[in-house]
Design a protein around this ligand. Sequence first.
Ligand code: NAD
Ligand code: LMR
Length: 328
Amino acid sequence: MPNTPIKVAVSGAAGQIAYALLFRLAQGDVFGPETPIDLRLLDLPQALPALKGVTMELDDCAFPLLTAIRTTDDPRVAFDDIDAAFLVGSRPRSKGMERRDLLAANAAIFKTQGAALDAVAKRSVKVLVVGNPANTNAWVAIQSAPNLPEGAITSMIRLDHNRAAAQLARKAGVSVDAIDHLAVWGNHSPTMFTDWSHASVSGERLAARIGDDGWYRDTLIPEVARRGTAVLEARGASSAASAANAAIDHMRDWVQGSDGRWVSMGIPATGEYGIPAGLVCGVPAVCRDGRYAPVNSLDLDVFTRAGLAASVQELIGERDAALSIVST
Ligand code: NAD
Ligand code: LMR
């Protein structure tokens, strides 16, 4: 094997999303078929027996690229010298738990994990936060990792982007690949805003091709926003395979490039579009040479600006609720 193994941590490794993610990672779906991979699997102490079963299955796949697997309940061990991390594990909402309590529980987790990344990860590490509330968890981790370069820690809104792309492709009767310049803005929550105002299909405006603004406003936007809940109700469990697939898409494009295409990513805002600088917010971005760049200077119409502003307000509220945890 010619290349040095890439070290990749996955938290929540005994959970549902990780079960759909780890095998594809070990197969080369993110870092490519030439890159050996050394997996660091992090979970809570009580989940380590189940995690042992996952590692047995990974072994039994005999993946040629998988050079090592280490399991641990210690973030500093999991993140030691890593190149990439998928932070999937988080505290789910339990019965009677207020949203504020959920934010606080997760802020404590991501404060610890951000500090561990800051202490031991490679300075070039790429981190994707999947665990909800993903944007604010990422914001907390960033506050606790002041020595990592700006932009090292991102959050996932790609599942929402993929959900919107699939519905648009079906409505327009085109392949998903034909759609570009689609954006999902804001928080990964029901306030997220799907924006087709710049979307194109083979050089033509997608909105003109579909020609049904009512469907966009009254069906597409709310259905994408509620899709997670709809899957949860239908399956009796939250999205796992599609979430893992979106995590793979996000990290693969970040590492390998998006070929000039727009992708939606939760990234620390630069102050563009009225989003307060530093807030982790879904925006359109293009990835090249292992870096992402937000698509700036777009002309947003009044409807889009209002949708984005509502989601940003929610993110500001979440950030302020998490602030007391970060500063103690
Ligand atoms: P799950 O309950 O099956 O697994 C979660 C795992 O995380 C468990 O093994 C648990 O022990 C572990 N965990 C909890 N706290 C931890 C900690 N402090 N350190 C390490 N591990 C920890 O859940 P799942 O279905 O895999 O979902 C994981 C998260 O992803 C949830 O928060 C879910 O809401 C979120 N999610 C996000 C998106 C998105 O688009 N951003 C989409 C789907 C799901
Ligand atoms: C999703 O969008 O499917 C998930 O974020 C839903 C959830 O609450 O886990």
